[in-house]
Design a protein around this ligand. Structure first.
Ligand SMILES: [Zn+2]
Length: 149
């Protein structure tokens, strides 16, 4: 019984961790690359899951533990992919639809998926905070220069 519940609990913890990490990632090329990596990893896991399911159906062995493991990994990978995609979309300054959650080009008035009017609540809040930090850093540096003169 408990196995699947444990697996789901672990997966949720991983989702939180991934979500927190994604907010800080800026390097777009790296993100695009890792999205591709995650996708290929996902297909491998799905293939593995299929193979195990096949084995379980055709033999008497108990594969429930392995199945639960792979399912947990797939859940983690999917969460990771979602965070990465979101980070990519944020980096491209796109507007997120408040209704269906899909991303639209910046300046779009209606969601290209569900047609909801886009409320510009901006998905770049994290970036703006980062910019403020950058300004603080610059000001700190200027202070140092003043001291030197
Ligand atoms: Zn929408």
């Amino acid at each position: 019984m408990g196995i699947l519940e444990d697996v789901l609990l672990n997966a949720r913890t991983a989702v939180d961790t991934v979500g927190k990490k994604a907010g800080k990632v800026i390097d777009m090329s790296k993100l695009t690359l890792s999205a591709a990596d995650i996708k290929s990893e996902l297909s491998k896991k799905y293939e593995m899951l299929g193979r195990i399911t096949f084995e379980a159906q055709t033999t008497d062995k108990d594969y429930s533990k392995s199945t639960a493991d792979i399912v947990a990994k797939i859940i983690n990978l999917k969460a990771e992919l979602e965070s990465v995609n979101e980070a990519i979309a944020n980096g491209k300054s796109r507007s997120k639809c408040s209704e269906c959650g899909s991303y639209n080009d910046k300046g779009a008035i209606f969601c290209n998926k569900c047609g909801t009017r886009i409320v510009v609540k901006d998905v770049n809040a994290d970036e703006e905070i980062a910019e403020e930090d950058a300004v603080d850093l610059v000001e700190d540096n200027l202070d140092d220069d003043d001291m030197g003169i």
